[in-house]
Design a protein around this ligand. Structure first.
Ligand code: IDP
Ligand code: MG
Length: 160
């Protein structure tokens, strides 16, 4: 099967990554940020806050009809989350690979969920599933002026 969201593109993209409340409570914020930093992606937005119910519902609106939806909203609003915007070539699909499968027991070792989580309902991190959703989610979770455009000193050592 062709899984377009798993094929890394050659385009510079943006993705919305979020450490969910269990990741924050378990002290995994640094570890999770570190995986994306070390890979070579560029952080362009970062904040810790407790997200309102309406925002969680809008973010997960495609899952509205699922039986687990109310519990998902309860989970995401149960404590502070760390919202991040990351930029880079092929970042959307690459971040999904770094994160691993939705069910942490099926996620490969070496991935964030594969190494650090056990249950789908406590899978510690979110990543956008397409470039379109990356843009949509960053616009949803960040206000104007909260994002920062900059050139990392390491850039010429990462990209030819
Ligand atoms: P993803 O986060 O890997 O993109 P989605 O299918 O988009 O996975 O689901 C969004 C989130 O909803 C999951 O990360 C997980 O927290 C939660 N979720 C998905 N399926 C289930 C389930 O069957 N039970 C409980 N929670 C679920
Ligand atoms: Mg998803």
């Amino acid at each position: 099967i062709f899984l377009p969201h798993l094929v890394a593109s050659l385009e510079v993209e943006e993705t919305y990554i979020m450490v969910k409340p269990d990741g924050v409570q378990r002290g995994l914020v640094g570890e999770i940020i570190s995986r994306f930093e070390k890979k070579g992606f560029k952080l362009t937005g970062l904040k810790l806050f407790r997200c309102p119910k309406e925002l969680a519902q809008e973010h997960y609106k495609d899952l509205q009809s699922k039986p687990f939806f109310p519990k998902l909203i309860e989970y995401i609003t149960s404590g502070p989350v760390v919202s991040m915007a990351w930029e880079g070539v092929g970042v959307v699909a690459s971040a999904r690979k770094l994160i691993g499968s939705t069910n942490p027991l099926q996620a490969e070792p070496g991935t964030i969920r594969g190494d650090l989580a056990v249950q789908t309902g406590r899978n510690i991190v979110h990543g956008s599933d397409s470039p379109e959703n990356g843009k949509r989610e960053i616009a949803l979770w960040f206000k104007e002026g909260e994002l920062c455009q900059w050139t990392p000193a390491q850039e010429p050592w990462l990209v030819e």
